[in-house]
Ligand binder design. Structure first.
Ligand SMILES: [Zn+2]
Length: 301
């Protein structure tokens, strides 16, 4: 398991992320400040033959793209809102994560836990420390705070409001603590749909909202096994679970955006793109691997 997770993190969790002063532009512009999405793989879209060079993702089956280092506009700027110094990851497994499809499985859940336990302090995540602002410090550390299960309280066809309801239930029921530095991830099994556009418009998103206990930051990420061409960079995956390996990349993306723009009023550019949006679907910058009991050096491919 150590060997396979090291490959997963090196290859799939390492969506490129640039320092604040060195950002790539993509066509991921967001208009308005609702939930901020991680768009689908642009190469999966039927009418996108001329996508901007920087936004060309990998075709399923192709080798992964590598990141660049160009400085482009629009620049990402700080808008005065809060940051999360050290985020705590909470996982909420929604739906049926014990299926016989080879993806929604306990082994798949373990891949995500391994990621949650090791992303903090990695060269990849430490790039977010260049976004300190307003007297706040992003430490680069990440805590894995725990997990909960919801087998389907909101049915199999979710709305954005259902995702908040899942988070609220997990906290109100005491399955998870209320944590002002928490980022609550609702991770859906591949039989669950999200009606606002999972697999067609996005692979995940993050936002903030009001739970009974207070203000929360939360994210939706669905198992990419539901739509590998749209939400995975490759179908031959490091851990033999293309759906969950695809999720890991989206979770990493949403985590750092929730860190640098938790309330959608901190770091983003004039088009609404947050830091990880700048290079979604490109790989190759600040990758790292987890060795036996520790983190290995950054890798480049
Ligand atoms: Zn994003």
């Amino acid at each position: 398991m150590k060997r396979t997770i090291s490959i997963s993190l090196a290859v799939l969790a390492a969506v490129c992320l640039f320092r604040a002063s060195q950002l790539l532009n993509t066509a991921h512009a967001q208009n308005g400040r609702g939930p901020v999405i991680h768009g689908v793989n642009p190469e999966s879209l039927p009418d996108n033959p001329n996508a901007p060079e920087t936004n060309r993702g990998a075709r399923v089956g192709d080798s992964l793209t590598t990141g660049g280092t160009g400085v482009v506009t629009p620049a990402i700027t700080y808008h005065g809102g809060p940051l999360i110094g050290t985020p705590t990851i909470y996982l909420i497994w929604y739906g049926n994560w014990n299926q016989a499809n080879g993806s929604d499985t306990p082994a798949g859940q373990q891949i995500v836990r391994d990621f949650a336990n090791t992303i903090g302090g990695s060269p990849y995540f430490l790039l977010n420390t260049s976004y300190n602002a307003g007297g706040m410090v992003i430490t680069g550390a990440v805590v894995f705070g725990g997990e909960a299960t919801d087998t389907g309280s909101q049915g199999t066809r979710l709305r954005d409001s259902s995702v908040l309801a899942v988070v609220n239930n997990a906290i109100s029921s005491g399955k998870l603590p209320y944590d002002q530095s928490g980022v609550y991830f609702v991770l859906t099994s591949s039989n669950i749909s999200e009606q606002s556009g999972f697999c067609t418009r996005y692979c995940g998103w993050h936002t903030d909202g009001s739970a009974t206990a207070g203000h929360v930051r939360y994210s939706f990420v669905g198992n990419a096994n539901r739509c590998l061409s749209a939400c995975a960079a490759q179908t031959t995956s490091p851990n033999g679970n293309a759906g969950v390996d695809g999720m890991i990349s989206v979770i990493a993306h949403e985590l750092e955006e929730a860190t640098t723009d938790p309330d959608l009023n901190a770091w983003y550019d004039s088009g609404g793109s947050e830091n990880a949006d700048k290079c979604a679907w490109t790989f190759g910058h600040a990758q790292y691997q987890v060795g036996d009991g520790g983190r290995g050096p950054p890798l480049s491919i």
